[in-house]
Design a protein around this ligand. Structure first.
Ligand code: ADP
Ligand code: MG
Length: 291
């Protein structure tokens, strides 16, 4: 049987907007020693803004964004949603994409207006379009910006450069968790290394892992287990396997993917990271009472 104090801890957490799926999750939460955290949509708020549109010669910036955002309507990725809302803000007509295939956390391809469009990270595009790597490699981007590459009918079509800043509470939350004795804090991102390092520069993380596939995120979680029980916090479809592999998976539920909320032991119902240290404290209090 689950002690009464644990049950009341679960209901206290729920009032704070933290859904804890059962007494075992509550107990693990009290014992967490290491945190692995995702970047895009988790440490950053994910409401990225376009800072620059760089089409190849012959395409207009609006034309490039229109094709990319039309395809991104099929994706739930935070960067996809940001591109769609930026296109809508510019009053661009979004066309329905067909025959869409997505690789979660990397990008997607499909047909828009009779043209084959590919949108995603630089690595994703390079795997599908022969000249993509060269077309984007010599560019300079503002430090820490998210770069989305686009190809149309097998040719590089341009870049969309976005700013996706840290959540305002990020540094404070990392600090609180350290003071609560979570001694190991590492980043696990699917994004480029330079972006991951630039964005986390003031956070004093123990390690920054970037350019990770969902499988590599699992491996990072497994490695961290030598420090004690591991909490993984993430938002995306590509985080779901790592959330399941952690001792405690925490998903951002308000805006995150359903797949990550399902894989998680704890779902943050409000879109704020400061609920995490609050939940750790609640878990410790209910455990002390239960013992
Ligand atoms: P993180 O692991 O930090 O949350 P992701 O792996 O989800 O990051 O995304 C990393 C990068 O992959 C993004 O910054 C973007 O460049 C690219 N990407 C992934 N999915 C998409 C998409 N649907 N549209 C455009 N870019 C994408
Ligand atoms: Mg993410």
């Amino acid at each position: 049987a689950v002690p009464v104090a644990i049950v009341s801890g679960v209901s206290r957490a729920a009032k704070a907007g933290v859904l804890v799926k059962g007494g075992k999750a509550m107990e693990t939460l009290a014992r967490v020693k290491a945190l692995v955290i995702d970047k895009t949509g988790t440490l950053t708020h994910g409401q990225a803004r376009i800072v620059e549109i760089r089409p190849v010669v012959g395409l207009s910036p609006e034309g490039l964004l229109q094709l990319a955002a039309s395809l991104e309507q099929a994706s739930k990725h935070v960067i996809a949603r940001a591109l769609v809302s930026e296109a809508q803000a510019m009053a661009l007509d979004l066309l329905p994409p067909i025959a869409v295939a997505e690789v979660p956390g990397e990008g997607l391809e499909g047909i828009v207006d009779g043209r084959r469009v590919v949108v995603g990270g630089v690595r994703f595009l390079s795997q599908r379009v022969p000249n993509a790597a060269r077309a984007v490699a010599d560019g300079h981007y503002p430090v820490g910006s998210v770069v989305v590459a686009v190809a149309v009918d097998g040719e590089p079509a341009g870049l969309l450069i976005l700013a996706d800043p840290l959540r305002s509470e990020a540094a404070r939350v990392i600090d609180s968790l350290r003071r609560l004795g979570i001694a190991r804090i590492t980043l696990a991102s699917g994004d480029r290394r330079d972006v991951a390092e630039a964005v986390t520069v003031g956070l004093h993380l123990d390690a920054v892992h970037a350019e990770l596939t969902p499988d590599r995120k699992i491996a990072i979680v497994q490695e961290e287990k030598r420090h004690g029980p591991v909490m993984m916090v993430g938002d995306g479809v590509n985080d779901a396997p790592a959330l399941a592999a952690a001792d405690l998976g925490v998903a951002l539920g308000a805006k995150g993917a359903a797949a990550s909320a399902e894989a998680a032991d704890i779902v943050l119902l409000v879109d704020r990271l400061d609920k995490i240290p609050v939940a750790v404290q609640a878990a410790r209090r209910s455990r002390r009472i239960a013992l």
